[in-house]
Write a protein that binds this ligand. Sequence first.
Ligand code: VGL
Ligand code: ZN
Length: 210
Amino acid sequence: MPDSASVLLAIDLQNDFMPGGALAVAGGDEVVPLVNRLAQAFGHVVLTQDWHPAGHVSFAANHPGCQPFETIALPYGEQTLWPVHCVQGSRGAALHEGLHAAAARARAIVRKGQNPALDSYSAFLEADRKTPTGLAGYLRELGVRRMFCCGLATDYCVAWSALDARAAGFEAALIEDASRAINLNGSLDAAWRQLRAAGVARISAQEALG
Ligand code: VGL
Ligand code: ZN
């Protein structure tokens, strides 16, 4: 059983990342029941929501002549352009309505990607790799030392959050069967390589429930 030093971090389980959504992740809705089961076993549960203003720099629609899934150079580095998704307050940005237990048990919801000029895949650091969200300090103050990450998408927001958890000095695991990937140009294999190198454990929900 997870102890009081462990947190379940459930990333971006929002309508726009579900089948039929603006940036659908294949099988995204399949993880919802499992995330609910996990949430019931953890003392600390934190959720994230991707929460962009309509003019966000990561939207292809805001770059004339550009298409979704192209990459462009921005002042803070390379940025993949996405379809318009998770606009603040929209139905697409709302949490999946089947997320009952996880939403009810969440202590905090981190809303990331709010700066129009900066993306934020990670729950800890924005894409300039220096602007903190405050989550590391919040969790440290609660006595959390171990992070169990799951949700959408494995190879973007879940992986970046797990990597940043390690960089911030937490133990970190990624719960593979409670996550689903976008897998754009080999991004899933690349993410697993980076995760392994950073010491993020690759585990199943069964292992997380111990
Ligand atoms: C995500 C692409 C753009 C994610 C968010 O949640 O993985 N991916 N914004
Ligand atoms: Zn986004």
